[in-house]
Design a protein around this ligand. Structure first.
Ligand code: PLP
Length: 376
């Protein structure tokens, strides 16, 4: 397997695929239809909601199924903004573009004021700065659990304490952590969080949003009948069934999978002799599958294209940022110069890879580096 872009998306697992096929055949009716076929599909959805709630250790009535992390973030931030105290909102500079885009909309169309908290050089949110930007009229703070570019885990426990003390809501984008890092503590620290199916070997176009049931908010759209009025549109029953199967698989095997990923990371870094570079931000032992590397003085785009030419697929950052121009904002916010940030590549591993696979990738990168050195 020469695919090393699991942080962008994963192939669907066989179990999730089978669940998708079965639900497509047997539970195709609209869950809002009052006939028996509709009720049958609705029962499957409610079973999935209960199962997901058990896996996440949250109340089932707080879960809304969505089309993915992007939509979950949109609905969550609007919910918290409308339930909050005032017209000021706070996010970290390392957030995914879906969070940046919603807050831009809140600023431009709804008159909110936005504060963006920088990251430290270690890739975690600057807690001192966070404390200082929260104001009397702050509605919510949104901080991701795991960063999509370099895999750093944010200190949500401390962030939650700060938010509670200042009485502001806390949302966390958990798209890169769900299925990879234990979430049981996190779910009780936040008011809402987002997860996505395709990052955990489920189908694309499915996700979930959790909002604490005690929180009363005006939904994004009025007069909605699906998902308790929180989310509009016919439910993707096969997708939700397959997402739930993928979540069960990932959470049941979380420790085993992460031990394997750690071995892959260790082997990869040991084999990457020529680069002589350390992973950016991401702690060597941290349990997330992404790893960021700035390969000395070689443009990341060049390394990515040369890898591609040799059949190795990895990226230069979050897929949703590609085309926006420039290196990942996360790196710049950590104080990495624009020049160095342009040398960034993101490697992310999957559970079905072997040590030989990552040795092959390291050898490919070593070759690209050797060639580049010869050419200059
Ligand atoms: C941190 C983070 N949040 C949100 C998303 C968006 O999720 P989806 O692709 O399910 O819309 C992604 C996907 O790359 C992500 O990495």
């Amino acid at each position: 397997m020469k695919y090393f872009d699991y942080a962008a998306t994963c192939p669907i697992s066989e179990e999730a695929l089978q669940a998708y096929i079965k639900a497509s055949r047997e539970f195709f009716a609209n869950t809002r239809s009052v006939h028996d076929a509709g009720s049958k599909a609705d029962r499957l959805i409610e079973h999935c909601r209960e199962r997901m709630a058990e896996l996440l250790q949250v109340a089932a009535q707080g879960i809304t199924f969505t089309s993915g992390g992007t939509e979950s973030n949109l609905l969550a931030l609007y919910a918290l903004a409308r339930a909050g105290k005032g017209k000021h909102i706070v996010i970290s500079a390392g957030e995914h573009s879906s969070i940046h885009n919603v807050t831009t909309k809140l600023v431009e169309e709804e008159g909110y004021e936005l504060s963006i908290v920088p990251m430290t050089k270690d890739g975690v949110v600057n807690l001192e700065k966070l404390k200082h930007v929260i104001r009397e009229d702050t509605s919510f703070v949104s901080i991701q659990h795991v960063n999509a570019d370099i895999g750093t885990i944010q200190p949500l426990e401390t962030i939650s304490e700060i938010c509670q003390e200042k009485r502001v809501f806390l949302h966390s984008d958990c798209v890169q952590s769900f299925g990879k890092v234990k979430m049981d503590k996190v779910t009780s620290l936040v008011d809402s969080f987002s997860i996505s199916s395709h990052k955990i070997y489920g189908p694309k176009g499915v996700g979930a949003l959790y909002v604490k049931p005690s929180l009363s908010f005006t939904p994004f759209l009025p007069n909605v009948s699906h998902e308790n009025g929180v989310r509009q549109g016919t439910l993707n029953t096969p997708g939700i069934a397959a997402f739930t199967t993928a979540a069960e698989m990932c959470l049941n095997k979380l420790e085993k999978h992460q031990a394997h990923i750690k071995r892959l990371k260790r082997e990869f870094l040991a084999s990457l002799k020529e680069a002589g570079e350390k992973a950016v931000g991401s702690e060597f032992e941290s349990c997330v599958p992404s790893i960021g590397l700035c390969i000395h003085k070689i443009d990341g785009q060049h390394v990515m294209l040369e890898g591609n030419r040799r059949g190795y697929f990895f990226s230069t950052g979050s897929a949703c940022q590609v085309g926006s121009g420039g290196p990942p904002k996360m790196l710049l916010s950590m104080g990495i110069s624009e020049e160095e940030a342009k040398t960034f590549i993101r490697i992310s591993f999957g559970v079905d890879q072997s040590l030989e696979d990552v040795q092959g990738l390291a050898e490919c990168l070593n070759e690209v580096i050797r060639e580049r050195k010869k050419a200059v």
